[in-house]
Design a protein around this ligand. Structure first.
Ligand SMILES: Cc1cc2nc3c(=O)[nH]c(=O)nc-3n(C[C@H](O)[C@H](O)[C@H](O)COP(=O)(O)O)c2cc1C
Length: 189
C-alpha cells in the first residue's frame, strides 16, 4: 500500500477532529482556506445560490459556526424562507474537502449588539450600504457605505452533518451526523 501523507485521514475520529481543526484555523489565519468558505442557500423559487463569505466564529464543541452579513441581502430573505445552508471548504494542503449541512438562525438587534461593539469601524461599514445590497444603481460606484447596526446580522449555523473527502493515495470519504453523535460512517468516495 502507498504511504499516506495525512495519518488522520484513515481514522474516523481523527478525521472528524481534523475537520474542526481546519475550520478553527480560518478564524485566526487570514490565509487559511476555511477563512473564506462558500455558503449555499436555496432561493425562494427553489434554486441553489452560492457566495463567498468570511468565517467569523467556530465552536467545535457545540458544532456551530457564525457568519456576518447585511440583513437586507438576498441570502437573508432566502434563509428566512428556507433556514438551511450548506458550507463548502476545499483545503488544498490537507487534500480535504469539507461539506457542511446546517440549520440556520438569523440573529439581529440587541442579540448581536455585543458582537457589533467588537467590530472595527472598517468592518462595520460593510453593513449598511445605501442603496441596499443587490439594488440596481446607475453607475458602478453609485453607493455609500455607512456603518448601520440595524443592518447587521449574524448567521448562526448549527451543523447537522459533515461530509469529509480526503484525496490521498487512496481516497477516503466519511459522513458525520449530529444525530449519531458525530460517530462517523465511511462512504464510497
Ligand atoms: C472574499 C470575500 C469575502 C466575503 N465575505 C462576506 C461576508 O462575510 N458576508 C457577506 O454577507 N458577504 C460577503 N462577501 C460578499 C458575498 O460573496 C456576496 O457577494 C454578498 O453577500 C451578496 O450575496 P447575496 O446577494 O447572495 O446575499 C464576500 C465576498 C468575497 C469575495
Amino acid at each position: 500500500m502507498k504511504q499516506e501523507v495525512h495519518d488522520w485521514a484513515s481514522d474516523l475520529a481523527a478525521l472528524y477532529q481534523q475537520v474542526w481543526v481546519r475550520l478553527v484555523r480560518g478564524i485566526g489565519d487570514r490565509h487559511a482556506p476555511s477563512r473564506h468558505p462558500t455558503l449555499a442557500t436555496v432561493t425562494t423559487d427553489g434554486r441553489p445560490r452560492a457566495r463567498t463569505v468570511v468565517l467569523r466564529s467556530v465552536d467545535p464543541r457545540a458544532g456551530t459556526l457564525e457568519i456576518h452579513t447585511d440583513l437586507r441581502s438576498a441570502k437573508v430573505e432566502e434563509l428566512r424562507a428556507s433556514p438551511f445552508a450548506a458550507l463548502h471548504v476545499w483545503d488544498p494542503s490537507a487534500h480535504l474537502q469539507t461539506r457542511i449541512e446546517a440549520d440556520l438562525t438569523i440573529m439581529t438587534g440587541t442579540s448581536v449588539s455585543e458582537t457589533w461593539s467588537r467590530l472595527t469601524d472598517t468592518t462595520r461599514s460593510s453593513y449598511g450600504v445605501t442603496p441596499p445590497p443587490g439594488r440596481s444603481i446607475a453607475d458602478s460606484l453609485d453607493y455609500v457605505k455607512t456603518a448601520d447596526p440595524t443592518a447587521f446580522a449574524v448567521l448562526q449555523l448549527r451543523v447537522s452533518a459533515i461530509d469529509a473527502l480526503h484525496l490521498g493515495a487512496h481516497h477516503r470519504r466519511a459522513r458525520f451526523d449530529r444525530e449519531s453523535d458525530w460517530q462517523g460512517q465511511w462512504l464510497a468516495p
